[in-house]
Write a protein that binds this ligand. Sequence first.
Ligand code: UDP
Length: 242
Amino acid sequence: MKKKNRKILYEGKAKILYKGQEPNTIVQYFKDHATAFNNKKFAIIKGKGALNNNISAFLMEKLISIDIPTHFIKKINSREQLVYQVEIIPIEFVVRNTAAGSICKRLNLKEGELLPRTLIEYYYKCDELNDPMISEEHITAFNWANLSELKIIYNMSIQINNFLIKLFSNVGIKVIDFKLEFGRLTKNNKHTLVLADELSPDNFRLWDSKTNKKLDKDVFREDLGNITDAYYEVAQKLGIIK
Ligand code: UDP
């Protein structure tokens, strides 16, 4: 199908989702757009889309290799990947190992302080409301997910965290925190919960293990330098780019 004839299903801040050629598939197109503070800060950063596509495809494949179910099918080209269409659960699951970002302000913690244990927080996906933090109570009361789904997601998130901590630590990077999204996949009349969306430095905080140099979207949020250089360094350290 010619690219311009493709049907746009959804356009977000960093990606466009097109209907895939096969039934129940979607093409995720990674844009060069960078946004922060709920769209208040915005820029087009050449090369960011391709880097995020590469990093996300690489990490999804690694997680598939340890039997984490995901929506990922394959990388199509430098900016696009094919994924299964899923019913997205409207929650951002934030996994935190070290204090940074919003938790520092909320609980008066020092950036870089190791948390007593890994924390998983829930945020309701709603730009209009600035993605408010919510609890299990809200999730089950409003039927965004049920308790057994939450338990599966919690276990998967911990497994993903343990795996990624090791993977990144082997290449000299600390996983500070990250955001995950999950969806319901229906295949051959069977329903499974799968990891969805993307895994890129847009959704992670990653620090150099030795120097604590930031290699993620905080470079853009805090004007710390060139964001493409930081993402490139992550890709290079992971061995994705030579
Ligand atoms: N995050 C994200 N999307 C969001 C909010 C947060 O990907 O809409 C990621 C963010 O990049 C960080 C983690 O989730 O790795 C925790 O973010 P935090 O709650 O500290 O919010 P922030 O400081 O990013 O506003």
